[in-house]
Ligand binder design. Structure first.
Ligand code: AMP
Length: 400
């Protein structure tokens, strides 16, 4: 059965078409610069070959229609009837959703209600959903939430020590993100360890442009580094991670900046980019260090590594031990230097790794030695597959 995994952003639409349950990717692509008024770009990958079209794409509805028609024209499917399910990635599910659900008017309303918590993402997701509902009106569709996996956190992990009314009136609490990825690699890790997830204390590190950690115990997420929004936690490509909130008031006063400008600085001009002044991309920072001994590039990477090690230490205490650590996402999967930086800082926990194995990139591998007290894995994430699996499971459950 053919299932589509969809990730609609404010001006983009990413998709993957999978043959399930065989878990084969038939094609994947992205439409960019939707609604910008400028020439947009549609890229589709078929059997390793990329095809690019450029044109003005006014709305998501047009983007969806264009993609679906193209799938038929390129004979990836014979007709739209072959698509039996669609899964949409949703960044914020508030505290209502603990798992993926079939889309109903009530579910859409709940996603709408939490727009204030994810003002950039959730409106775009809703537009994506409605575009697919229009194009494929009789097809089974579900939503998969980035926040759902983290809903098992206890109060002492998800509450902030702020006026309680903020929580009661405005749902101020920690939600966490990248849940689909953390959950996917956690399950994969338990398979590789041949142990039930319930019997493993694990920390998963999703480190890409956005980056977060999750602490997993008894098969459940018990803590995570992102918070009410995805700005919290460790420093990232362009995001600061958690900072002293006093800085905000101080910069507003000395730089005469508005709250909006400061939030833009923290989201877009901080992290690797802000500290190094070089780039948001870890590859460019490594190059600046190796070629020019760039001190600020090194500092940017060290700040992140320290923060990650601090989180791992705190999770070690919170879970009373760690059995396994998993690296995933763009940097976690590909950068051996990054993994080295982190692992060297947590040797005190009894971590030992094999330097040769750590040189491997982008493939499933255990990089810890047999003597290591914590097993360390690199596991490529696959959020699209996790979404497609949920579509199949919910479709079966709903008998549709
Ligand atoms: P993601 O957000 O998971 O797609 O990760 C994107 C980030 O991964 C990029 O900005 C790079 O910093 C990093 N990245 C991707 N490929 C590599 C690589 N081969 N080596 C080091 N870092 C990489």
């Amino acid at each position: 059965m053919k299932i589509m995994s969809v990730n609609a952003g404010s001006s983009s639409l990413k998709f993957q078409l999978l043959e399930m349950p065989q878990e084969v990717v038939l094609t994947e692509g992205v439409v960019e610069s939707i609604g910008s008024g400028e020439v947009g770009r549609y890229t589709i990958k078929i059997q390793g070959q990329k095809f690019v079209k450029e044109m003005v794409i006014p709305t998501h509805a047009e983007a969806v229609e264009m993609v679906l028609n193209d799938l038929v024209e390129r004979k990836i499917i014979h007709s739209l009837d072959e698509i039996e399910g669609v899964g949409h990635r949703i960044v914020h599910g508030g505290n209502k959703f603990t798992e993926s659900v079939e889309i109903t008017p009530e579910v859409k309303e709940e996603i709408r209600k939490v727009i204030p918590l994810a003002p950039l993402h959730n409106p775009a997701h809703l537009i994506g959903i409605e575009a697919f509902e229009k194009a494929l009106p009789n097809v089974f569709q579900i939503v998969v939430f980035d926040t759902a996996f983290h809903q098992t956190m206890e109060e002492d992990a998800f509450m902030y020590a702020v006026p309680y009314e903020w929580y009661e009136k405005h749902q101020v609490r920690k939600y966490g993100f990248h849940g689909t990825s953390h959950q996917y690699v956690a399950h994969r890790c338990s398979e590789l360890m041949k142990k039930d997830l319930k019997d493993i204390k694990m920390v998963t590190l999703h480190i890409g442009n956005g980056a977060s950690l999750a602490a997993i115990k008894n098969g459940k997420c018990v803590d995570t580094s992102m918070g009410l929004g995805p700005l919290a936690g460790i420093p990232m490509g362009t995001r600061s991670g958690t900072i002293d909130p006093t800085i905000i008031e101080y910069i507003a006063n000395v730089e005469k900046k508005s709250l909006k400008e400061i939030m833009t600085d923290l989201n877009k001009h901080s992290g690797y980019l802000g500290v190094s002044g070089v780039s948001h991309d870890s590859r460019n920072l490594e190059e600046a260090i190796n070629k020019d001994h760039n001190k600020r590039a090194k500092l940017a990477l060290d700040l992140q590594a320290k923060s990650i090690a601090d989180y791992i230490g705190s999770y070690y205490v919170y879970m009373q031990g760690i059995d396994a650590i998993v690296f995933t996402a763009g940097i976690g999967e590909n950068s051996s230097a990054f993994r080295e930086r982190v692992l060297n800082r947590i040797r005190v926990l009894g971590v030992e790794y094999d330097e040769n194995k750590n040189q491997e990139r982008g493939k499933e591998i255990k990089i810890s030695t047999d003597n290591s007290k914590i097993q360390v894995f690199v596991i490529p994430t696959n959020e699209e597959l996790a979404i497609a699996r949920d579509v199949v499971a919910l479709k079966k459950k709903a008998n549709k």
